[in-house]
Design a protein around this ligand. Structure first.
Ligand SMILES: [Ca+2]
Ligand SMILES: [Ca+2]
Ligand SMILES: [Ca+2]
Length: 385
Protein backbone atom coordinates (compact mmCIF):
# COMPACT_ATOMS: atom_id res chain seq x y z
CA UNK A 1 0.00 0.00 0.00
CA UNK A 2 1.12 3.53 -0.67
CA UNK A 3 0.91 6.41 1.80
CA UNK A 4 -1.96 7.91 -0.22
CA UNK A 5 -4.09 4.76 0.05
CA UNK A 6 -3.06 3.39 -3.33
CA UNK A 7 -2.76 -0.35 -3.63
CA UNK A 8 -0.50 -2.55 -5.75
CA UNK A 9 -0.88 -6.30 -6.16
CA UNK A 10 1.54 -8.89 -7.53
CA UNK A 11 0.69 -12.54 -8.11
CA UNK A 12 1.99 -15.70 -9.75
CA UNK A 13 0.18 -17.48 -12.60
CA UNK A 14 1.16 -20.95 -13.91
CA UNK A 15 1.57 -21.14 -17.71
CA UNK A 16 -0.41 -24.35 -18.43
CA UNK A 17 1.63 -24.77 -21.60
CA UNK A 18 3.66 -28.00 -22.05
CA UNK A 19 5.73 -26.25 -24.76
CA UNK A 20 6.62 -23.44 -22.42
CA UNK A 21 6.85 -24.64 -18.84
CA UNK A 22 7.00 -22.27 -15.96
CA UNK A 23 5.07 -19.52 -14.27
CA UNK A 24 4.86 -15.77 -14.53
CA UNK A 25 4.49 -12.77 -12.23
CA UNK A 26 1.82 -10.17 -12.94
CA UNK A 27 1.07 -6.82 -11.33
CA UNK A 28 -1.77 -4.35 -11.17
CA UNK A 29 -2.28 -1.18 -9.14
CA UNK A 30 -5.19 1.01 -7.99
CA UNK A 31 -5.50 4.51 -6.60
CA UNK A 32 -6.99 5.27 -3.19
CA UNK A 33 -10.53 5.20 -4.64
CA UNK A 34 -10.07 1.80 -6.25
CA UNK A 35 -9.62 3.11 -9.78
CA UNK A 36 -7.08 1.26 -11.91
CA UNK A 37 -3.65 2.92 -12.22
CA UNK A 38 -1.35 0.38 -13.84
CA UNK A 39 -3.06 -2.25 -15.99
CA UNK A 40 -2.24 -5.92 -15.64
CA UNK A 41 1.20 -6.63 -17.01
CA UNK A 42 3.79 -9.38 -16.85
CA UNK A 43 6.88 -8.57 -14.81
CA UNK A 44 9.37 -11.35 -15.59
CA UNK A 45 11.35 -11.77 -18.78
CA UNK A 46 10.48 -14.83 -20.89
CA UNK A 47 12.35 -18.11 -20.71
CA UNK A 48 11.86 -21.53 -19.15
CA UNK A 49 11.65 -20.16 -15.63
CA UNK A 50 9.40 -20.77 -12.71
CA UNK A 51 8.85 -17.28 -11.31
CA UNK A 52 7.19 -17.23 -7.91
CA UNK A 53 6.85 -15.64 -4.44
CA UNK A 54 6.41 -12.00 -5.57
CA UNK A 55 6.33 -8.99 -3.29
CA UNK A 56 5.61 -5.41 -4.33
CA UNK A 57 6.19 -1.90 -3.02
CA UNK A 58 4.94 1.55 -4.02
CA UNK A 59 7.47 4.39 -4.13
CA UNK A 60 6.68 7.83 -2.76
CA UNK A 61 6.13 9.13 -6.30
CA UNK A 62 3.78 6.31 -7.30
CA UNK A 63 6.25 3.96 -8.99
CA UNK A 64 6.21 0.22 -8.38
CA UNK A 65 9.05 -2.09 -7.37
CA UNK A 66 8.53 -5.83 -7.69
CA UNK A 67 10.74 -8.61 -6.41
CA UNK A 68 10.30 -12.34 -6.97
CA UNK A 69 12.18 -15.64 -7.09
CA UNK A 70 13.28 -16.99 -10.48
CA UNK A 71 14.00 -20.69 -10.78
CA UNK A 72 15.83 -21.54 -14.02
CA UNK A 73 14.52 -24.95 -15.10
CA UNK A 74 17.67 -26.01 -17.00
CA UNK A 75 20.05 -25.43 -14.13
CA UNK A 76 17.74 -25.51 -11.07
CA UNK A 77 19.33 -22.25 -10.02
CA UNK A 78 17.26 -19.93 -7.82
CA UNK A 79 17.80 -16.18 -7.92
CA UNK A 80 16.05 -13.18 -6.46
CA UNK A 81 15.09 -10.59 -9.05
CA UNK A 82 13.88 -6.99 -8.88
CA UNK A 83 12.02 -4.93 -11.50
CA UNK A 84 11.24 -1.21 -11.20
CA UNK A 85 8.37 0.73 -12.80
CA UNK A 86 7.52 4.41 -12.99
CA UNK A 87 4.10 5.73 -11.95
CA UNK A 88 2.66 5.11 -15.42
CA UNK A 89 3.69 1.46 -15.28
CA UNK A 90 6.58 1.81 -17.75
CA UNK A 91 9.56 -0.38 -16.99
CA UNK A 92 12.69 1.21 -15.58
CA UNK A 93 15.50 -1.07 -16.74
CA UNK A 94 15.23 -4.85 -16.94
CA UNK A 95 14.87 -7.72 -14.51
CA UNK A 96 17.93 -7.34 -12.26
CA UNK A 97 19.51 -9.82 -9.88
CA UNK A 98 19.29 -8.85 -6.21
CA UNK A 99 21.75 -11.48 -5.03
CA UNK A 100 25.23 -10.64 -6.25
CA UNK A 101 26.45 -14.23 -6.20
CA UNK A 102 24.77 -17.43 -7.33
CA UNK A 103 26.95 -20.48 -6.84
CA UNK A 104 25.69 -23.77 -8.23
CA UNK A 105 23.88 -25.66 -5.50
CA UNK A 106 22.98 -22.58 -3.53
CA UNK A 107 19.70 -20.76 -3.86
CA UNK A 108 18.32 -17.30 -3.27
CA UNK A 109 14.57 -17.14 -2.77
CA UNK A 110 11.54 -15.76 -0.91
CA UNK A 111 12.37 -12.07 -1.22
CA UNK A 112 10.42 -9.35 0.59
CA UNK A 113 10.54 -5.62 -0.04
CA UNK A 114 10.05 -2.47 2.02
CA UNK A 115 10.00 1.10 0.78
CA UNK A 116 10.93 4.38 2.39
CA UNK A 117 9.87 7.93 1.71
CA UNK A 118 13.08 8.91 -0.06
CA UNK A 119 12.41 6.34 -2.80
CA UNK A 120 15.13 3.95 -1.67
CA UNK A 121 14.12 0.43 -0.77
CA UNK A 122 15.29 -2.70 0.99
CA UNK A 123 15.01 -6.36 0.00
CA UNK A 124 15.40 -9.27 2.41
CA UNK A 125 15.59 -12.87 1.21
CA UNK A 126 16.54 -16.41 2.10
CA UNK A 127 19.94 -17.71 1.03
CA UNK A 128 20.22 -21.47 1.43
CA UNK A 129 23.19 -23.68 0.77
CA UNK A 130 21.20 -26.86 1.31
CA UNK A 131 18.12 -27.80 3.24
CA UNK A 132 19.99 -27.53 6.55
CA UNK A 133 21.65 -24.16 6.06
CA UNK A 134 19.69 -20.98 5.57
CA UNK A 135 20.65 -17.35 6.10
CA UNK A 136 18.57 -14.20 5.86
CA UNK A 137 20.22 -11.53 3.72
CA UNK A 138 19.34 -7.87 3.42
CA UNK A 139 20.31 -5.42 0.68
CA UNK A 140 19.47 -1.73 0.47
CA UNK A 141 18.99 0.03 -2.87
CA UNK A 142 18.90 3.71 -3.80
CA UNK A 143 15.91 5.14 -5.64
CA UNK A 144 17.63 4.66 -9.02
CA UNK A 145 17.95 0.93 -8.36
CA UNK A 146 21.66 0.89 -7.58
CA UNK A 147 22.93 -0.96 -4.53
CA UNK A 148 23.60 1.02 -1.35
CA UNK A 149 26.54 -0.82 0.14
CA UNK A 150 26.97 -4.55 0.55
CA UNK A 151 24.33 -7.07 1.56
CA UNK A 152 24.10 -7.81 5.26
CA UNK A 153 23.27 -11.00 7.04
CA UNK A 154 20.37 -10.57 9.46
CA UNK A 155 20.72 -13.82 11.42
CA UNK A 156 23.96 -14.16 13.30
CA UNK A 157 23.72 -17.94 13.43
CA UNK A 158 26.02 -18.36 10.45
CA UNK A 159 25.08 -21.78 9.16
CA UNK A 160 21.90 -21.89 11.18
CA UNK A 161 18.74 -22.99 9.41
CA UNK A 162 16.90 -19.70 9.15
CA UNK A 163 13.85 -19.43 6.90
CA UNK A 164 10.65 -17.48 6.18
CA UNK A 165 12.00 -13.92 5.99
CA UNK A 166 9.63 -11.00 6.61
CA UNK A 167 10.47 -7.32 6.25
CA UNK A 168 9.00 -3.96 7.17
CA UNK A 169 10.39 -0.46 6.89
CA UNK A 170 9.89 2.56 9.14
CA UNK A 171 9.61 4.92 6.17
CA UNK A 172 12.94 6.60 6.98
CA UNK A 173 15.16 3.88 5.55
CA UNK A 174 15.38 1.80 8.70
CA UNK A 175 14.24 -1.79 8.32
CA UNK A 176 12.98 -4.56 10.53
CA UNK A 177 13.71 -8.12 9.44
CA UNK A 178 12.02 -11.14 11.04
CA UNK A 179 12.49 -14.84 10.35
CA UNK A 180 12.06 -18.31 11.80
CA UNK A 181 15.29 -19.60 13.30
CA UNK A 182 16.60 -23.16 13.54
CA UNK A 183 15.07 -23.63 16.98
CA UNK A 184 11.64 -22.86 15.52
CA UNK A 185 11.46 -19.52 17.32
CA UNK A 186 10.84 -16.23 15.54
CA UNK A 187 13.70 -13.73 15.60
CA UNK A 188 14.14 -10.17 14.44
CA UNK A 189 16.90 -7.68 13.77
CA UNK A 190 16.61 -3.95 13.11
CA UNK A 191 18.85 -2.05 10.68
CA UNK A 192 19.31 1.71 10.29
CA UNK A 193 19.20 3.54 6.98
CA UNK A 194 22.93 2.98 6.51
CA UNK A 195 22.43 -0.76 6.83
CA UNK A 196 23.98 -0.95 10.29
CA UNK A 197 22.54 -3.19 12.98
CA UNK A 198 20.40 -1.49 15.58
CA UNK A 199 20.43 -3.56 18.75
CA UNK A 200 20.97 -7.27 18.56
CA UNK A 201 19.20 -10.25 17.09
CA UNK A 202 16.20 -10.78 19.33
CA UNK A 203 14.00 -13.81 19.91
CA UNK A 204 10.26 -13.28 20.21
CA UNK A 205 9.54 -14.48 23.73
CA UNK A 206 5.99 -15.67 23.14
CA UNK A 207 5.14 -19.33 23.56
CA UNK A 208 2.81 -19.50 20.55
CA UNK A 209 5.42 -17.96 18.25
CA UNK A 210 7.11 -21.23 17.48
CA UNK A 211 7.42 -23.50 14.44
CA UNK A 212 5.75 -20.99 12.17
CA UNK A 213 5.26 -21.86 8.49
CA UNK A 214 4.92 -18.29 7.31
CA UNK A 215 5.24 -14.90 8.97
CA UNK A 216 4.78 -11.24 8.21
CA UNK A 217 5.59 -8.10 10.14
CA UNK A 218 4.68 -4.42 10.06
CA UNK A 219 6.30 -1.64 12.10
CA UNK A 220 5.06 1.88 12.67
CA UNK A 221 6.98 5.13 12.81
CA UNK A 222 7.67 4.63 16.52
CA UNK A 223 9.13 1.15 16.05
CA UNK A 224 6.14 -0.70 17.52
CA UNK A 225 5.35 -3.76 15.47
CA UNK A 226 2.72 -6.37 14.72
CA UNK A 227 3.71 -9.92 13.90
CA UNK A 228 1.44 -12.36 12.05
CA UNK A 229 2.32 -16.03 11.78
CA UNK A 230 0.86 -19.37 10.78
CA UNK A 231 1.45 -22.55 12.72
CA UNK A 232 -0.29 -25.83 13.35
CA UNK A 233 -0.70 -29.36 12.08
CA UNK A 234 -1.47 -30.30 8.46
CA UNK A 235 -5.22 -30.26 8.94
CA UNK A 236 -5.53 -27.41 11.40
CA UNK A 237 -3.61 -24.19 10.89
CA UNK A 238 -3.80 -21.23 13.22
CA UNK A 239 -3.11 -17.68 12.13
CA UNK A 240 -1.85 -15.59 15.05
CA UNK A 241 -1.49 -11.84 15.49
CA UNK A 242 0.52 -10.21 18.22
CA UNK A 243 1.49 -6.64 19.02
CA UNK A 244 4.85 -5.64 20.45
CA UNK A 245 6.32 -2.44 21.81
CA UNK A 246 9.38 -0.90 20.18
CA UNK A 247 11.43 -2.64 22.86
CA UNK A 248 10.11 -6.02 21.70
CA UNK A 249 7.82 -6.58 24.68
CA UNK A 250 4.57 -8.36 23.86
CA UNK A 251 1.40 -6.32 24.42
CA UNK A 252 -1.44 -8.45 25.70
CA UNK A 253 -1.84 -11.97 24.41
CA UNK A 254 -1.36 -13.61 21.05
CA UNK A 255 -4.66 -13.39 19.20
CA UNK A 256 -5.87 -16.20 16.98
CA UNK A 257 -7.15 -14.39 13.91
CA UNK A 258 -8.22 -17.48 11.94
CA UNK A 259 -8.33 -21.27 12.07
CA UNK A 260 -8.52 -23.48 9.01
CA UNK A 261 -7.25 -26.44 7.06
CA UNK A 262 -5.11 -24.23 4.82
CA UNK A 263 -3.52 -20.91 5.64
CA UNK A 264 -1.40 -19.08 3.10
CA UNK A 265 1.25 -16.50 3.85
CA UNK A 266 -0.27 -13.69 5.89
CA UNK A 267 0.12 -10.02 5.05
CA UNK A 268 -0.21 -7.57 7.94
CA UNK A 269 -0.02 -3.77 7.72
CA UNK A 270 -0.20 -1.05 10.31
CA UNK A 271 -2.29 1.65 8.66
CA UNK A 272 -2.49 5.31 9.63
CA UNK A 273 -5.19 6.24 12.17
CA UNK A 274 -4.72 3.34 14.56
CA UNK A 275 -5.96 0.68 12.19
CA UNK A 276 -4.34 -2.63 11.26
CA UNK A 277 -5.06 -4.66 8.16
CA UNK A 278 -4.61 -8.41 7.88
CA UNK A 279 -4.97 -10.20 4.54
CA UNK A 280 -4.48 -13.92 4.00
CA UNK A 281 -5.41 -16.76 1.70
CA UNK A 282 -7.11 -19.56 3.59
CA UNK A 283 -9.60 -22.38 3.81
CA UNK A 284 -11.15 -21.40 7.14
CA UNK A 285 -13.40 -23.62 9.21
CA UNK A 286 -17.02 -23.33 7.96
CA UNK A 287 -16.11 -21.06 5.09
CA UNK A 288 -15.02 -21.51 1.50
CA UNK A 289 -11.46 -21.10 0.28
CA UNK A 290 -10.52 -17.57 -0.64
CA UNK A 291 -8.51 -14.51 0.17
CA UNK A 292 -9.77 -12.88 3.36
CA UNK A 293 -9.13 -9.49 4.88
CA UNK A 294 -9.80 -8.14 8.34
CA UNK A 295 -9.50 -4.54 9.47
CA UNK A 296 -8.75 -4.06 13.16
CA UNK A 297 -9.73 -0.55 14.17
CA UNK A 298 -8.75 0.81 17.56
CA UNK A 299 -11.17 3.71 17.08
CA UNK A 300 -14.15 1.40 17.00
CA UNK A 301 -17.16 2.41 19.10
CA UNK A 302 -17.15 0.94 22.58
CA UNK A 303 -19.16 0.81 25.80
CA UNK A 304 -17.35 2.24 28.81
CA UNK A 305 -16.20 -0.56 31.08
CA UNK A 306 -17.09 -3.35 28.62
CA UNK A 307 -13.54 -4.66 28.46
CA UNK A 308 -14.41 -8.07 27.03
CA UNK A 309 -16.66 -6.40 24.41
CA UNK A 310 -19.71 -8.62 24.94
CA UNK A 311 -22.07 -5.62 25.12
CA UNK A 312 -22.63 -5.75 28.90
CA UNK A 313 -20.79 -4.37 31.89
CA UNK A 314 -20.52 -6.85 34.73
CA UNK A 315 -17.99 -8.45 37.04
CA UNK A 316 -16.39 -10.28 34.12
CA UNK A 317 -15.20 -6.92 32.82
CA UNK A 318 -13.48 -6.00 36.08
CA UNK A 319 -11.77 -9.39 35.92
CA UNK A 320 -10.87 -8.84 32.27
CA UNK A 321 -9.26 -5.47 32.98
CA UNK A 322 -7.20 -7.09 35.72
CA UNK A 323 -6.23 -9.81 33.23
CA UNK A 324 -5.14 -7.20 30.72
CA UNK A 325 -3.21 -5.22 33.33
CA UNK A 326 -1.46 -8.07 35.07
CA UNK A 327 -1.76 -11.13 32.84
CA UNK A 328 -1.82 -11.53 29.08
CA UNK A 329 -5.41 -10.75 28.10
CA UNK A 330 -5.73 -9.03 24.80
CA UNK A 331 -6.58 -5.36 24.83
CA UNK A 332 -9.67 -5.12 22.66
CA UNK A 333 -10.43 -1.50 23.44
CA UNK A 334 -8.24 0.63 25.64
CA UNK A 335 -11.02 3.20 25.97
CA UNK A 336 -13.51 0.58 27.16
CA UNK A 337 -11.00 -0.51 29.81
CA UNK A 338 -10.40 3.08 30.91
CA UNK A 339 -13.51 2.84 33.10
CA UNK A 340 -12.99 6.15 34.90
CA UNK A 341 -12.02 7.90 31.66
CA UNK A 342 -8.94 9.55 33.06
CA UNK A 343 -6.82 8.61 30.04
CA UNK A 344 -4.80 6.00 31.92
CA UNK A 345 -5.12 2.28 32.41
CA UNK A 346 -4.37 1.13 35.93
CA UNK A 347 -5.85 -0.61 38.97
CA UNK A 348 -8.24 2.30 39.52
CA UNK A 349 -10.24 1.14 36.47
CA UNK A 350 -11.35 -2.34 37.62
CA UNK A 351 -11.96 -0.83 41.07
CA UNK A 352 -14.16 1.81 39.44
CA UNK A 353 -16.18 -0.88 37.68
CA UNK A 354 -16.63 -2.85 40.93
CA UNK A 355 -17.72 0.28 42.81
CA UNK A 356 -20.19 1.08 40.06
CA UNK A 357 -21.62 -2.45 40.13
CA UNK A 358 -21.70 -3.20 43.84
CA UNK A 359 -21.06 -0.09 45.94
CA UNK A 360 -23.26 2.63 44.48
CA UNK A 361 -20.18 4.32 43.13
CA UNK A 362 -20.08 6.98 40.46
CA UNK A 363 -21.74 6.11 37.16
CA UNK A 364 -19.52 5.09 34.28
CA UNK A 365 -18.64 7.97 31.93
CA UNK A 366 -20.17 7.99 28.45
CA UNK A 367 -20.65 6.07 26.25
CA UNK A 368 -22.66 3.71 28.41
CA UNK A 369 -25.99 2.57 26.95
CA UNK A 370 -24.92 2.08 23.33
CA UNK A 371 -21.55 1.84 21.66
CA UNK A 372 -20.04 5.23 20.99
CA UNK A 373 -16.81 7.13 20.64
CA UNK A 374 -14.65 8.61 23.38
CA UNK A 375 -15.91 12.12 24.32
CA UNK A 376 -12.53 12.86 25.94
CA UNK A 377 -9.85 12.01 23.38
CA UNK A 378 -6.60 10.77 24.91
CA UNK A 379 -3.44 8.93 23.97
CA UNK A 380 -4.79 5.53 24.93
CA UNK A 381 -4.23 3.01 22.20
CA UNK A 382 -4.06 -0.72 22.07
CA UNK A 383 -0.26 -0.48 21.92
CA UNK A 384 0.37 0.75 25.35
CA UNK A 385 -0.84 0.71 28.86
CA1 LIG B 1 -18.58 -7.05 29.22
CA1 LIG C 1 -8.39 4.97 33.92
CA1 LIG D 1 -10.97 9.34 27.21
Amino acid sequence: MGDDGSLAVAWMTPRYDPENEGSDIYIRSFDGDGRGLVDVQMVNDGGRHVNFAPDIGITSDGGLIVTFTRRVLETERYDVVVQRYDRRGDRLGDNTLVNADGAVGSSHSHSRISMDRTGSFTIAWLYSLDEWHGDIRVQRFLSDGTRAGEWQQANLGGKARARAPALSGNGEGGSFVAWVGDTGAIFYQRFDREGRRVGTETRIAVEEAHFADAIDVSIDEFGHFILAWVRGAESSKHLYLHRFTSGGNPVGMAMIAEVGSFMGSPCVRILPDERNLLVYGAVPVDRGDGVYGTLYDCREPFIRGDANIDGRVNIADAAYILGALFATYRCWSADAMDANDDGELNIADPVYVLNFLFADGSPLPEPVSTRGSDPTPDDLFCWGR
